[in-house]
Design a protein around this ligand. Structure first.
Ligand code: ZN
Length: 211
């Protein structure tokens, strides 16, 4: 039986931005395949929130800021291990914009921008990578009476997974809509992310089961 989204449900569309799509600066393979299911899902939910990766040009997660380091290498920062990325989603740039023509933007009631502090990354839509600084999303969802979030977007093993894990930590039920996500999968990150999500009680579903 398909699930019908109710008032307590919110769709969270994660980082559906030009730089994460094929041709972008941090392209996720097959990333554009999530657009159609994300659009369809957005039409089925009364509550829609989007996240937007939003970095200053000298952001600490960029390999370009660390001489001798290359993208996808790891670096130990004060707050923990950090994957170094190609420059991406720079504030105000074309690459930081949502996928062109994305209708879900019109359905979204809130856009959470994240990673805007130079010295801290933020995969999660709830908490920055120091694992302490809230974005305000948990409070927003609570005030609106949301109890369950459905997640889709890019990328499964980073921003989707961290957002799902933090949703659980904040007391929400969390469902990852698998066919509406794609992964980066560097250093076994996809399997590791799923293992953690399963442990935390994040469930998975296909978009056909939500109608
Ligand atoms: Zn980023």
């Amino acid at each position: 039986m398909p699930i019908t989204p109710a008032e307590i449900d919110c769709l969270v569309i994660v980082d559906l931005q030009v730089d994460f799509l094929p041709g972008g600066r941090l392209a996720v393979a097959d990333g554009d395949a999530v657009i159609a299911p994300a659009e369809a899902l957005a039409g089925r939910f009364a509550n829609v929130v989007m996240t937007q990766d939003w970095h200053p040009a000298d952001h600490i997660s960029f390999a370009s800021q660390h001489p001798g380091k290359a993208p996808f290498e790891m670096l130990a920062l004060d707050y923990g291990p950090q994957v170094l990325w190609p420059d991406h989603c720079v504030i105000g740039s074309e690459g930081a914009a949502f996928a062109p023509g994305l209708k879900a933007v019109e359905r979204a009631q809130l856009v959470i921008r994240k990673g805007f502090r130079r010295g801290v990354d933020s995969y999660s839509g709830f908490r920055e990578a120091d694992r302490q600084t809230p974005t305000g999303l948990a409070g927003y969802l609570r005030e609106r009476g949301i109890e369950r979030v459905f997640l889709c977007g890019l990328a499964t093993d980073f921003c989707v997974a961290w957002t799902a894990l933090d949703a659980r930590a904040a007391g929400f039920a969390a469902v990852v809509v698998e066919d509406a996500c794609r992964a980066i999968d560097t250093n076994n990150s996809l399997a590791a992310a799923w293992a953690e999500m399963e442990k935390a009680g994040v469930s998975r579903m296909n978009s056909a089961a939500i109608g």
